[in-house]
Design a protein around this ligand. Structure first.
Ligand code: CDV
Length: 313
């Protein structure tokens, strides 16, 4: 292999509402330790990895809501992850709820960071595609209040040259949108990391679990193939206070092939020996962007959000 990197996808089992960060961080440290024994150089944790998936709970009291947010990173609860990264020489991706004050205004984002092998934060991403709704919807069997608790991310999809490659991040629902990967693809991304919390069922209508898993994997496989990049997608899985989240964490090669897949709905580490140079084949042939893209025909993609079918006759 020309540019080898051993990747770990640290799927996490459920985190109950009553569980504190100390328990969760201990579980994450155990996954990092398992990774160290397997030679993992970069480990990926889920979206909102430090708490239960709290956007399913409706609250009007922001003081209550703020218990799920981090106002410093690292903070006292998360510092052990950074210490472990330095000790193991292992980078990590971490999803968490971010809160800070700016110009007298409180801002909250669904965020991920990329930490290098020295324990330094090298990149930050704030989720752009926020699913769900703002207000309690009594028609739904469960709530998904990301649009209530988070602002739309304001950083775009930057990439970073670190740990021997060009690295990018996104979060959960972003993985379903081709724009996410293409914006990073156009910056030469070689590894896209993402965490997700995805219910086993669809709150808005019948959709079989196997179909939802197919959509989960298909989205990441196409993102990898169409941009010639590795993709690591990591679930928080299992039953959180009666709500079922899917597992199915995967590591995808730039060919679009799944090279490792989680089998459980619990804390589980899957590992793959990746070669970042494997990105070069797609990037220089079928998806040689400079040679084959036709941006003069793509204007509608950035010019509008909704579809505009032609008028009916
Ligand atoms: N956390 C998420 O973004 N979940 C969405 C669900 C609500 C569809 C997802 O795309 O997986």
């Amino acid at each position: 292999m020309a540019r080898p990197i051993t990747l770990g996808a640290a799927q996490m089992g459920p985190i109950q509402l009553a569980e504190g960060r100390d328990v969760v961080v201990d579980r994450m440290l155990a996954l990092m330790e398992r990774g160290r024994r397997k030679g993992v150089e970069l480990i990926v944790f889920p979206e909102l990895a430090l708490t239960t998936f709290f956007p399913r709970w409706y609250h009007e009291d922001w003081d209550h809501v703020d218990q799920w947010f981090e106002s410093e990173m690292p903070g006292p609860a998360t510092q052990p992850l950074f210490d472990k990264a330095r000790e193991c020489g292992m980078g990590f991706y971490l999803g968490y709820a971010e809160k800070f004050e700016e110009a007298g205004k409180v801002r909250r984002f669904n965020t991920s960071i990329l930490v290098d092998k020295s324990g330094a934060i090298v990149g930050k991403y704030r989720k752009v595609h926020l699913p769900g709704h703002v207000e309690f919807d009594k028609a739904l069997p469960w709530q998904h209040l990301e649009k209530r608790y988070f602002e739309v991310g304001d950083l775009g999809w930057p990439v970073w040259r670190t740990m021997g490659g060009v690295m990018g991040m996104c979060l959960c629902n972003d993985r379903r949108w081709p724009e996410t990967y293409r914006v990073m693809g156009l910056q030469g991304v070689e590894l896209v990391m993402l965490g997700y919390n995805t219910p086993v069922g669809n709150s808005r209508g019948p959709e079989a679990p196997h179909l939802r898993m197919m959509h989960n994997h298909m989205s990441m496989q196409m993102g990898a193939y169409q941009n010639g990049t590795w993709v690591v997608g990591v679930a928080k899985a299992g039953n959180e206070d009666g709500f079922e989240l899917m597992g199915g964490s995967i590591i995808v090669a730039p060919s679009g092939e799944i090279v490792a897949q989680a089998r459980t709905l619990g804390d589980e580490l899957i590992v793959a020996d990746a070669d970042l140079d494997a990105c070069n084949f797609n990037k220089s042939t079928i998806f040689n962007f400079a040679a084959h893209r036709r941006p003069e025909h793509y204007g509608i993609i950035t010019g509008q959000a909704g579809a505009t079918p032609p008028p009916e006759a």
